[in-house]
Write a protein that binds this ligand. Sequence first.
Ligand SMILES: C[S@@+](CC[C@H](N)C(=O)[O-])C[C@H]1O[C@@H](n2cnc3c(N)ncnc32)[C@H](O)[C@@H]1O
Length: 251
Amino acid sequence: MKNYLSRAREWLLQEKYQGRTNSQYFNDLERIKKGEPLDYIIGFKKFLDCHIDLSQKPFIPREETEYWTEKAIEIIKKENTKNNLKILDIFAGSGCIGISILKHIPQSKVVFADKYTRSIKQIKLNIKLNKISPSRYRVIQSDVFDNIKGKFDYIFANPPYISKEKAYRVKESVLQWEPQNALWGDKDGLFYIKKLLQQASNYLKVQGKIFLEFDDYQKKAIEKIIKQLNYSFYVFHKDQFKRWRWMEVVK
Ligand SMILES: C[S@@+](CC[C@H](N)C(=O)[O-])C[C@H]1O[C@@H](n2cnc3c(N)ncnc32)[C@H](O)[C@@H]1O
């Protein structure tokens, strides 16, 4: 803990205050001591070269998500020379995934969707901060697919997938400070993953693809769900820590 505090202090000083202390800095030190995540105190996170503001306290973008999003962007670039790619970032949160897609795939257009007003506000702010042209995006408040129309080339999803039964594995600071709506996927963690997989094919073009994040131990159960649905292909991938973390599913 002591180690964490001194590292956090140094990081804060450099990232937010460019090495110069002031009274706000000392207020922030108190926030660190109370356990608030450093990313909220600094106020933003870098995600694939994009500036992701966290002022609305969305789910903090994770490095595992950044890892697979980068891989997925590489896959899309290899698969496509098409001029106009329609992509859905569902469960968008801060908007980190969709914004990095817009930055790194010039021919893409992204629909951002999230159920909660705070996320919608955060996504719009991040779109503005990253200077995305209005012709390239839409932001839709939607409970999963309820308000989504049309068909997409790709769907990116990092749904709430923590199992209530495994709550003991979740860090105290996550439980206390991050939005609860972003975390829980019911008893087994699969509620939204299942819902997404059951409905997504209605929103995919022929040969359209889903990129989905999940937790290591859920791989087997997800495979069982997929096998009952009508997808033509799927493949699981590991993250940078060698844990099963994301998958591609083709309509
Ligand atoms: C794990 S976070 C992912 C956020 C972001 N995409 C990322 O990767 O950092 C899940 C997000 O799903 C949203 N969410 C929760 N329930 C939802 C629902 N029923 N429909 C749509 N979005 C929902 C939460 O508000 C949260 O922003």
